[in-house]
Write a protein that binds this ligand. Sequence first.
Ligand code: ATP
Ligand code: MG
Length: 260
Amino acid sequence: MLTIGFVNQKGGVGKTTTAVNLAACLAAAGKRTLLVDADPQANASSALAVDRTGITTYQLILNPEDGASAPQKTAVDNLEVIPSSSDLYGAELELVEMDDRQNRIKNALLPLRDKYQFILIDAPPSLGLLTLNVLAACDQVIIPVQAEYYALEGLSMLMQTIDRVKSGGVNPDLDVLGIVMTMFDNRLNIAQQVDANVREYYGDKVFKTQIQRSVRLAEAPSHGKPIILYDFRSMGTRNYISLAEEVIRAAKKASSGSRA
Ligand code: ATP
Ligand code: MG
């Protein structure tokens, strides 16, 4: 079992699109997968058209012992979801007063670890207590990066945060599974330059698969479907299947202890 957080404090870089579509592709590949929506915007929940009246991530933060009964089925076989709701906005402040405040999501997911092969957690665009909960709960992080000028600056700050989470003892085993380039537009020089820079700096930590910019990927959430159900023949489907293959390989490597 591997828990992967989708983290980048920069907004709109493709965290949710990547979490939702990668989750659907892992599930389609036969992997039992859980997607946890830890963003008050609840974009992942609406992208999969899940019912938000059940147990939400906010309720789990209040009552982590309810974790086992929170997952809901989706239209995709093997894919279940713990939805979010706007009351999660309040959690950022409420968490400050709570016991074991950075481990609330981690504790809620403990009884679910053996039920799934992959647990994916979509984080909000901030480095606050919710994101800290995501970083505490996961084994690995995938960082979606949009190929644009400011991408690298934000990335080094995020890497420092991840290092602090490791060295400060919140999650000593945390690792970066990989950086994925999103909304990639081959025709733009800037996109190619940023891609080259990120690969030069972070080497084989950058997934080979680039997620191309595509209208179909942007449309799919409004139909409540991941791209593989919305348009199986699209480039977006090909891109996310290819990323899922890389993630499955990287996950095998990570769990076989080659990090040691
Ligand atoms: P936030 O930080 O607000 O949570 P995010 O990092 O989760 O944002 P997304 O919501 O995944 O980013 O993407 C931002 C917008 O870009 C959305 O409207 C989404 O549909 C669109 N988008 C994401 N990936 C692509 C793509 N490859 N091609 C075209 N549009 C995309
Ligand atoms: Mg998002």
